[in-house]
Design a protein. Structure first.
Length: 94
C-alpha cells in the first residue's frame, strides 16, 4: 500500500466493470433497521433490483471456468479430515 501522495503499488486491486455487464448505479445507503432494531420493508423496485443483481452475479459465477486440477477437491477433503481426527467432516466421501 502506498503512502499518501505516492504512486500506488503495482499489485493494487482495482474495481473494474466487465464490459459485457452493465452496472446499475448504487443507491445511497439506507439503514435496514429502525431505531428499535426491526427490519424495514423494501419496495418492490428494490427487491427486483436486488434479484437482478443476484441473478447477474450467479450467471457470472457459473460462466467462470473450473481451473482446479483433477482430484483437488478430494485432496482438500482428505486434508481437512486429517486436521480433525476427532470429528471428520468428509469421512467416506473421498
Amino acid at each position: 500500500m502506498g503512502m499518501l501522495g505516492e504512486e500506488p503499488e503495482v499489485n493494487t486491486v482495482k474495481d473494474v466493470a466487465l464490459p459485457d455487464h452493465a452496472r446499475e448505479p448504487s443507491p445511497r445507503f439506507v439503514p435496514c433497521n429502525d431505531a428499535t432494531g426491526r427490519v424495514l420493508p423494501i419496495t418492490p423496485e428494490e427487491q427486483a433490483r436486488n434479484a437482478r443483481a443476484i441473478a447477474a452475479f450467479v450467471e457470472r459465477m457459473l460462466a467462470m471456468p473450473d481451473e482446479d486440477p483433477p482430484g483437488a477437491w478430494e485432496d482438500a477433503m482428505r486434508d481437512l479430515d486429517a486436521q480433525r481426527p476427532h470429528r471428520k467432516l468428509f469421512e467416506g466421501l473421498c
